[in-house]
Structure formats: structure tokens, C-alpha cells
Design a protein around this ligand. Structure first.
Ligand code: ACO
Length: 439
């Protein structure tokens, strides 16, 4: 196979190098295209654009494969812990026992947030969305860690990464407590990452919450499965912000904002809202599927479809099993899980979904699991952010350590051609477009 591509513009042929990834992905390198031809490429929504070379996560959407640093997600979900997976993503290899001990120790050492930072919670109204609070607090956290702003040494970087992953769980739980008007609960150093989070979410001043082992195991699994997913919207945002030289806190706070939207991380909450509505209003599922297929329909089947997967999302396969297992163990059947399974069945047998290769994604079953743990719906996307933090940090590090230029896409301008400035007394309400053209 040729290792160059040819593009013919205005009769002139130009060779473009082909870049081949370690798993055989092939990309046409167009970096020099504008300089040599005066043309840029246009790919709205980046559906066909490789924005970087990355060694962190591999996804094959055709085959339903997801690997972190080469290790299949199924193996990590079965055998790893979230804390270990964080190290793997950030450092590119599994930690030794000694490394894991040190790493885990850093999480414990930095689990508290500065007392001054707690006061910020008073400034948010009780109706404030936890994602807004999370993003603001991560950014505000950088004010309390000025030494973390410049991370030129490996040790400073390691401490900053551990701090951020550890503290996001403290901030997340505190934002929940603040939103329901309960006193904030401090972390307990003897608890593992997931148990500590559940303790801060559900303990009360007069009663300690005893984390249930099945919920802890399910949470561990959820966090591992969400830990990275190559150039998704929020990780690309983190890379974009990092490319300007912005610090890790600022870049990850931007990642939280990008994750919030319903087409990305916000879908996990939207799925449960949809299932709840189907349940409460006893909607016929076939009719609902007909509704979401409508060309003009404002609704989509939430938790279905993916930009990359044209197969069942491997994370959804695992989460469906986890949902069954957890609800069974807790002896807490949830009608929403039954509706989700029936809805999946209807959709997967419908020609519209078959032709477009739309399958359940990671968000389809995660909400049912979080609900069973007692996590409120407005915290679902915060849980996603907690899981995604190591992926964001790994991406931040790749940009920060690499000789990567500022991320600065081009555009095709489709606005007004040049026209003159019109003094206010000469303007008409209908607008000046065209008539005022000064070309
Ligand atoms: N319900 C109904 N139709 C859908 C859905 C859906 N969930 N997803 C895609 N389609 C249809 C589109 O209407 C379009 O149909 P058309 O070809 O007749 O115009 C076709 O499938 C292709 O859809 P696009 O929007 O072009 O595909 P894209 O790759 O841009 O979208 C996305 C991916 C945004 C995830 C989309 O599938 C979607 O909106 N899903 C629902 C929201 C969701 O679950 N998001 C979470 C994604 S996973 C994550 O980010 C963690």
C-alpha cells in the first residue's frame, strides 16, 4: 500500500504523507497542505479529523474495542482498581507495588481541601448545578496550590495529579452536601477511594454511612470504565486549553464544562430522566422509538449512538451486567432497568437503528447503577467527571510534555464580505446587509 496520498487541486497534484498508528490506523497528514496549495480541509464536528498522535487510549469503533495503554477494558474492569488505572493512564504502564503504595498514599495525604475553599460553597445558591460548582471549585483550587501551576519536575507533576484526582471526590461530595443543606463531611484516611467518596456523600454528623461492598465494587467499575476515551469532546477540550500553556487545574475545569452537555457526559442523567418519564407516563416503547426516529423530532433515544462506536459499546456490555448484579445483590429491583432493557430490545430490532448502527453507549446503563447506590440524578455527570479526571490529566501531560503547537484550527469564512461602517443615524431597522457593501 502506498505511503503517500495524492490530492489534485486545480490540475496540480500534491503528495501528502500517510501516518500509520501502531494498530494500523491510517491518516493523511495535511499539515503542509495550506502552505503548498493555499487550501485548508473542512471537517465540521471533526468527524474525520485526527487532532493529534496519542499513546493513551485505543478505540476501534467498528469492532467495539477499547484499551487503555494497550490493556483491554474488560481486563481492567475485572482486575484493576480505579487508583491503579489512574496510574496506568497517566504513566503508560501498570505500577509496581511500591509505586502503587506511594501513589495511593498521595491520594490519602491530599484528600482534604483547603478550609478556605470550603467557604466558597456558601456562595453558591442551593439550586446551583453540581457541575457548575465542580468546575468553579477545581479552578478555584489552583489559587490554593500556587506551586502546582508550574509543573516542570516529575515529582511536582505527580503530586499535582494525585491532588486533583483525590480532591475532585471531596469537592464532588461537598457540592452535593451543600446543595441539600447538610453539613459537609470530611474524608476518612483509612477508607479506599470509592468508600471514602460514598462516606462523604452519605454520612451524617450523627450517623456514619457504612459503605456497602457491592456498591463500592460497582462504583469502582464505573470509574474505571469512564477513565478515558481518546479524543472525546471533553478530553479534546482539555488538550485545547492545555496547548495554550494553561495549567492542569484550568484545563481540567474546562473539561468538566465540556462534559456537562447532554450529547456528551450529560447523557447519563438524560437517560434516567427519559426512563423515568417513560415509566411515569406509561409510554408505549414502540411509540417512543417511533418518536425519536422522526426527522423533525426534538428528542433522541438518549444513551444510544456514538460518534466512534458502530457496535455495542464495550463499556455498556459490562455496565449492563453490573446493573443486573448490583440490583440483584441489593435486592432492589428497579422498574427503570426493565424499561431500559425492553427499550434496547425494541431499538436494536428497528431498521432505523440497524441501518445507522446505533447501539447502547456507556450512558445507557450507568444511571440505573448510580441510582441504586442512592446517587441523585444531578450528580450523575459529576460521577462521570470523577472517572474521567485521570484521562484528562494523561491528555494534559501528553500536550504539556510534547512539542505540540498551540491548537488553533482554521475555518472557512461564510459571513459578510467587506463593507463600510455605517453611522448610527444612517442605519435602517431592516439591516444594511448587501446595500451597505463597500466592496
Ligand atoms: N436517537 C435517534 N437517532 C439518532 C441517535 C439517537 N440517540 N443518534 C444518532 N441518531 C441518528 C441521527 O438522527 C442521524 O440520522 P440521519 O442520518 O437520518 O440524519 C444518524 O443517526 C447519525 O447521527 P449523528 O448525530 O450524525 O451522529 P453523531 O456521530 O454526530 O452523534 C451522538 C453521536 C451525539 C452521540 C448521537 O448518537 C446522540 O445524540 N446520541 C444521544 C446522546 C447520547 O447518548 N450521548 C452520549 C454519547 S457517549 C458519551 O459522550 C459519553
Amino acid at each position: 500500500m502506498s505511503d503517500t496520498a495524492k490530492i489534485v487541486i486545480g490540475g496540480a497534484a500534491h503528495d501528502l504523507p500517510i501516518v500509520v498508528g501502531t494498530e494500523g490506523d491510517r491518516a493523511v497528514d495535511i499539515t503542509k497542505l495550506r502552505v503548498t496549495t493555499g487550501h485548508v480541509t473542512l471537517d465540521e464536528g471533526y468527524a474525520n479529523t485526527g487532532s493529534c498522535r496519542s499513546a493513551i487510549t485505543f478505540v476501534d469503533g467498528e469492532k467495539g474495542i477499547l484499551r487503555y495503554r494497550g490493556i483491554p477494558i474488560e481486563q481492567l474492569a475485572m482486575n484493576s482498581t480505579f487508583v491503579e488505572t489512574c496510574w496506568l493512564l497517566i504513566y503508560g504502564r501498570l505500577p509496581t507495588q511500591e509505586q502503587l503504595k506511594t501513589w495511593s498514599g498521595l491520594f490519602t495525604r491530599y484528600e482534604m481541601i483547603h478550609e478556605g475553599l470550603y467557604k466558597h460553597f456558601d456562595g453558591f445558591p442551593p439550586t446551583g448545578h453540581p457541575m457548575a460548582i465542580l468546575s468553579a471549585m477545581i479552578n478555584a483550587g489552583s489559587c490554593y496550590e500556587p506551586d502546582m501551576m508550574e509543573m516542570e519536575s516529575d515529582t511536582t507533576f505527580q503530586v499535582a495529579a494525585a491532588r486533583l484526582i483525590s480532591k475532585i471526590r471531596t469537592i464532588a461530595a461537598a457540592s452535593y452536601k451543600a446543595s441539600i443543606g447538610q453539613p459537609i463531611v470530611y474524608p476518612k484516611p483509612h477508607l479506599d477511594y470509592c468508600s471514602n467518596f460514598l462516606h462523604m456523600m452519605f454520612s451524617l454528623p450523627y450517623r456514619d454511612y457504612e459503605p456497602d461492598p457491592d456498591s463500592v465494587a460497582a462504583l469502582q467499575m464505573i470509574l474505571i470504565l469512564h477513565a478515558d476515551h481518546e479524543q472525546n469532546c471533553s478530553s479534546s477540550t482539555v488538550r485545547m486549553v492545555a496547548s495554550s500553556g494553561a495549567n492542569m487545574f484550568a484545563s481540567c475545569a474546562a473539561g468538566v464544562c465540556a462534559l456537562w452537555g447532554r450529547l456528551h457526559g450529560g447523557a447519563n442523567a438524560a437517560v434516567v430522566e427519559m426512563l423515568q418519564q417513560l415509566h411515569d407516563q406509561r409510554v408505549d416503547l414502540k411509540e417512543y422509538v417511533t418518536l425519536v426516529k422522526g426527522k423533525e423530532s426534538p428528542v433522541r433515544l438518549m444513551g444510544f449512538g456514538h460518534r466512534v462506536y458502530k457496535q455495542y459499546d464495550p463499556r455498556a456490555t459490562i455496565l449492563k451486567e453490573v446493573a443486573d448484579r448490583l440490583l440483584g445483590r441489593l435486592k432492589r429491583p428497579d422498574p427503570l432497568l426493565e424499561i431500559a432493557k425492553r427499550l434496547e430490545d425494541v431499538a436494536l430490532n428497528d431498521p432505523y437503528f440497524i441501518e445507522r448502527r446505533l447501539y447502547p453507549n456507556v450512558d445507557f446503563y450507568s444511571g440505573v447503577i448510580l441510582r441504586a447506590m442512592g446517587i441523585p440524578v444531578n450528580m450523575f455527570t459529576v460521577m462521570f467527571a470523577m472517572g474521567r479526571m485521570p484521562g484528562w490529566i494523561a491528555n494534559w501531560k501528553e500536550v504539556h510534555n510534547g512539542a505540540i503547537a498551540l491548537y488553533r484550527p482554521r475555518q472557512v469564512y461564510v459571513g459578510e464580505p467587506e463593507r463600510r461602517y455605517v453611522p448610527i443615524h444612517e442605519r435602517s431597522a431592516a439591516g444594511e446587509s448587501g446595500r451597505e457593501s463597500g466592496r
